[in-house]
Design a protein around this ligand. Sequence first.
Ligand code: ATP
Ligand code: MG
Length: 274
Amino acid sequence: MSDNISPTPAGMTPAERAATAEEHARLAEGALLRADDLVAGYFPGVDILRGCNFYLREGEIVGIIGPNGAGKSTLLKALFGLIPVRSGSVTLAEESITSAPAHILVRKGLGYVPQTQNVFPSLTIEENLEMGIYLRPKEFAKQFDRVASLFPLLAERRKVKAGALSGGERQMVAMGRALMMEPSVLLLDEPSAGLSPMFQDEVFIRCKKINAAGVSIIMVEQNARRCLQICDRGYVLDQGRNAYTDTGTTLMHDPKVVELYLGTLAGSREKRKG
Ligand SMILES: Nc1ncnc2c1ncn2[C@@H]1O[C@H](COP(=O)(O)OP(=O)(O)OP(=O)(O)O)[C@@H](O)[C@H]1O
Ligand SMILES: [Mg+2]
């Protein structure tokens, strides 16, 4: 992307320039999903997203990284209609979906896996996946087989209660449930959080496979380096605004991103583990 943008003013890195509203407006042209100048929050008078811009092209994996509390989960919730958008717009395939309710968005091809509490622990794997397709129950068997081809464990252990599974296995159930409706866009909030390094790697490999099967992916991640390695493009969000955006590789080597965010994120991960 950096080759593709206007000359960069002195002192700004190309990724910083690409994160400006002007460059966003230019680069987001023709995107499958886009958010423009989003303002949203939880309490009246307190904005968490403060003019956030985002776009996803068909076929992409786009990563969103940034410090704790930056508004990453809030951005996903705003895209998926879970919190009211105070101003700005969300557009899917040229159609406004700003603040549309989640069940409408699911019909339009969006799938969302929240950061926490993303399975029903007292239900079996099979029942959890049924919940994912309650809008089209007759298709259950067909879709279950399709999802199980991506996550064979879900079929092998279909009668096991989700509450009895490991964190990595639960994550597969949560992703599997979101995939039951054959979404064109999948929103994942920290899919690798809390997993052992081996399971984390498994999650990233699965995401690549899901993407190769035709699903465009938006992924919020604490595991910033690994996320940037696999994504086509990435955003660094800070205090509810875009700080940097570029290809994953460029962001990983942007000196400001490394200094301000990758170091910090690596540090906070270590602290969490300890
Ligand atoms: N349900 C909520 N009600 C009120 N405030 C909230 C709620 N969820 C998040 N916030 C606030 O919004 C801000 C951004 O939170 P958000 O969860 O979007 O951050 P994040 O970037 O996803 O952080 P993390 O990396 O810790 O998951 C924080 O200040 C948080 O306290
Ligand atoms: Mg979050």
